[in-house]
Design a protein around this ligand. Structure first.
Ligand code: SF4
Ligand code: SF4
Length: 188
């Protein structure tokens, strides 16, 4: 028997990774309550119900070709209303983590945004917007990207909602919490 190609190995890995999410939503009865509850469903390319259907059918390509999980704002409404009591918000988080881990080009902007946000919180105990956005732009390596945020940034500064202050020192007050969360994720 010949050795597996890189593509075959990647496909197998994708199926293995998504198995964990499938376990979380195994009891889904496709009732659509999650879709009807989701405030962001209008902007999603797959509704939450459709996304869970692809997970149940073990179709990682369809799942990761979609931006649906990146648009989840973790409001927990679907989780509260699911008649099967499924941890849907956690399942959305798990897909975000997988997409970031696999460094999929489609999800690079949202993964980089999320990572830089969390790293800023980790360093300072709260997000420092100036540092966070600067590091996000640097990671994206797109010189035109800051222009998209100029209007919003200007309005936030004018209203006093955004301080243009670079953090002076790292406090790392949340370090223990971040470490514990990482250990729990690895233990899954
Ligand atoms: S609300 Fe729960 S059971 Fe209904 S489709 Fe969504 S995940 Fe499935
Ligand atoms: S937790 Fe995410 S998927 Fe669920 S209703 Fe809220 S935004 Fe939609």
């Amino acid at each position: 028997m010949g050795s597996s190609t890189d593509a075959e190995i990647k496909t197998t890995r994708a199926h293995d990774e998504i198995a964990h999410v499938r376990e979380m939503i195994q009891a889904c009865i496709q009732c659509g309550t999650c879709t009807g509850s989701c405030p962001n469903a209008f902007a999603m390319d797959l509704t939450p119900r459709q996304l869970w259907r692809h997970v149940l059918l073990d179709q990682p390509e369809a799942v990761f070709d979609s931006r649906t999980f990146t648009l989840c704002s973790a409001c927990y409404y679907c989780t509260l209303r699911c008649p099967r009591g499924l941890p849907l918000t956690e399942a959305m988080h798990a897909l975000k983590r997988l997409a970031a881990k696999r460094r999929l080009p489609l999800h690079k902007p949202s993964s980089a945004f999320y990572r830089q946000f969390m790293e800023s919180v980790r360093r300072h105990g709260r997000v420092n917007e100036l540092e966070f956005m600067s590091l996000y732009f640097a990671e994206m390596r797109n010189p035109l990207l800051p222009l998209r945020y100029t209007s919003l940034g200007t309005r936030l500064v004018a209203k006093g909602k955004l301080a243009l202050r670079w953090p002076v020192r790292r406090r790392r007050t949340l370090e223990a919490i971040f470490r514990k969360a990482a250990e729990r994720e690895e233990g899954r």
